[in-house]
Design a protein around this ligand. Structure first.
Ligand code: 5CA
Length: 147
């Protein structure tokens, strides 16, 4: 991951042939808690792509996300995700995108010693600390999840 190296990170990318396309699959493959999986979810805020780094145990409240970002939130479709990030749904990493994306991070992710994120494909993940995640993604930590 060149993008990670640029940020001073040297992640060990693990590949799981059984797939890590969803947070549930990734948690089962790694053997970690569901909440430790970073979902890198792309939404559009008034049409502009934004990245919501969400704990695998949580769901995004699009109303709250819109209040936080000051716009109307819609979900990016598969083409929109690829256009915004350069990656496919299920493999989208939390940083290292084609274009820098405004990012927000779920505070729940900061409650774990380490978290796991997609490494660019639907069968690879890497481990990093929540601090590294926030620093590398430039995310604002703020509450936007449901419940
Ligand atoms: N590799 C895993 C764990 S790191 C991963 O990327 N999980 S994810 O949550 O970030 O990406 C999968 C998510 O993409 C699903 O939770 C789902 O919310 C979203 N998704 C799946 N299909 C579509 C679709 N057709 N359009 C928009 N979003 C989708």
């Amino acid at each position: 991951m060149a993008a990670a190296a640029d940020l001073g990170l040297s992640p060990d990318v693990l590949r799981f042939p059984e797939g890590t396309r969803t947070a549930e699959q990734a948690a089962a493959a790694v053997g970690c808690q569901l909440g430790q999986i970073v979902k890198s979810l792309v939404f559009l805020c008034d049409g502009r792509p934004v990245l919501a780094l969400t704990s695998g145990a949580n769901r995004v409240d699009t109303g709250r996300l819109g209040e936080l970002l000051g716009g109307t939130i819609t979900r990016a479709d598969a083409d929109g995700v690829r256009e915004a990030t350069g990656y496919a749904i299920g493999g989208t990493p939390p940083f290292g995108h084609a274009r820098p994306l405004r990012a927000v991070a779920d505070p729940a992710l900061l409650t774990y010693g380490t978290v796991w994120a997609a490494a660019g494909t639907p069968d690879t993940v890497f481990e990093l600390t929540p601090d590294e995640l926030v620093r590398a993604s430039g995310a604002e930590v703020a509450d936007f999840v449901a419940g």
